[in-house]
Design a protein. Sequence first.
Length: 324
Amino acid sequence: MMNLMSNILAADSTADLLMHVLPHRFNSLRIGNWPVNNHVIMMVIAAVLVFLLFTYVGQRAKKSVVPTGVYNFAEAMLSFLRTEVIRPALGENADRFTPFIWSVFFFILFCNLLGMIPGSEIIEIISGGKHQHAWGTATANIMVTLGLAIVAFLMIHVSGITQAIRIKMDPSLDPHHHDSAHGPSHGHDSAAAIRGQPFAVAFFTGIGTYIWNFAPHPEIGWKPLDLGMWFLLLILETLGAFIKPFSLCIRLFANMLAGHLVLAALIGMILLASSVFARGSVGVIVILGCTALDLLELFVAFLQAYIFTFLTTLFISAAVAPEH
């Protein structure tokens, strides 16, 4: 058993620090012709846990108005996200996006927290070394965070286009429609002003309006210089539209990867000692350091889930607000 523990430490530290964060395929598990890796398994586990959590909280909310235990903890986070993040940013559109934003937050959070459990080492010890790298941190895989960023990108811009189409079909949804500067209108003129377009027309005009509002155009005219400036700003804003979700991807990936690499490097210091006494002395220091880093990583797990969710909410808010 001691030899197995030493081999695990050596594999995680001196051989390759990335071995315990890289995806490892299971040739016996496949989806069609595609082999499944440990990060896919971790995402499935996280998704199941999120589903079970929401199911449990929903059932408890129906039975009791006094939250306790896990129900109290989950409700506190759900309430905080809704009142402090979603509603201030999205206003009247908050309820439309609340389920999505809640799901993103808890999915990322569970992926982060599951990665803190030394599941690979536990499984390897129990199986006598037969099953290695069966656990992992899904959000330390850039392909996973890229997938989350793509989902956020689609939600942001599909929501913005959908809102533009809805306004074309029902102009009363436009927050600028009732602007007092235009003064009240009466009679048939008012009815004509609020008459919307049919969906077939609104679909194309809504997309056009979204693209037109994508770049700032204060007091733009039809002069070539004005249109050229708007087109240049449109290019910059389009680049920004891709850079924003890419920054979400890199931020989450880098923070979750860095924590595990630092822990592996600290553990590797034990094996650099020349004697048993030296290893014991270094081991005590490393254990204390790893404990402190684990507490910091626990904070980072919540923080990165919050940052990803918070920025996604702001980007959605900017997309669904006309002329933003």
